[in-house]
Design a protein around this ligand. Structure first.
Ligand SMILES: N[C@@H](CCC(=O)N[C@@H](CS)C(=O)NCC(=O)O)C(=O)O
Length: 215
């Protein structure tokens, strides 16, 4: 019986649930997965019974309940220090870009909602394009400054990559092409086994959330 239980909303649409799930899977940290299907009858009561925020994801570890994706990743890193880069400067920037993702990119997140199995090439609005440009610049900068020892933002896969994984899926769904180092990083992420496993699980999920399937 694994120590950790991760409660998620689903695999296909729940971008916040995805981050700690990918982290646990990529690092082969054993965990039990519990799905409380998002926006289905009974979801609200079921999630509020366990999560103080009424939102997924939630990590249960013994008697402790930790909510919010970034706080969950930080908690896991207390027990598994390799989840952040080892160098203090790299770790500081990894935390900065993770926080920027956690609190920003609102135009992209609201126009290009997460739907992993969908393919719907869409021309971005100027606001969405500005978010895409910032993400491409950030990825390029991290790869150039910290990416010498591996193909991810800080070389080895870290929390920062897990935080940007939903953006990678959104770029695939909406047909956002990136050039140069950012494009190579995007392809690397989409080919990463944990992301591929999540995609397969998302494709097999039975339920549909109508507002994320329109138009
Ligand atoms: N900042 C939170 C956001 C969590 C969040 O908004 N989760 C969504 C699902 S992806 C949710 O539970 N929505 C249900 C609701 O708002 O009632 C985090 O990082 O975990």
């Amino acid at each position: 019986m694994p120590d950790y239980t991760l409660i998620i909303g689903n695999k296909n649409y729940s971008s916040w649930s995805m981050r700690p799930w990918l982290l646990l899977r990529h690092f082969a940290i054993p965990f039990a997965e519990q799905v409380i299907p998002l926006f289905t009858p009974g979801y609200d009561a079921a999630i509020r019974a366990v999560s103080p925020s009424g939102k997924v994801p939630l990590l249960q570890h013994g008697e402790l309940q930790v909510w919010d994706s970034l706080a969950i990743c930080e908690y896991l890193a207390e027990h598994h220090p390799r989840l952040w880069p080892q160098d203090p400067a790299a770790r500081a920037i990894a935390r900065a870009v993770s926080a920027e993702m956690h609190s920003g990119f609102m135009a992209l997140r609201s126009a290009f909602t997460c739907n992993i199995r969908r393919r719907t090439p869409t021309a971005p609005s100027p606001e969405v394009q500005a978010d895409i440009d910032r993400i491409a610049a950030l990825w390029t900068d991290c790869r150039a400054r910290f990416g010498q020892d591996g193909p991810y933002l800080f070389g080895a896969f870290s929390i920062a990559d897990a935080m940007y994984a939903p953006v990678c899926f959104r770029f695939q769904t909406y047909g956002v092409d990136l050039s140069g180092a950012a494009g190579v990083y995007l392809a690397t992420m989409l080919a990463t086994p944990a992301l591929q496993e999540l995609s397969r699980d998302a494709a097999a999920e039975p339920h549909r959330i109508a507002k994320y399937e329109a138009p």
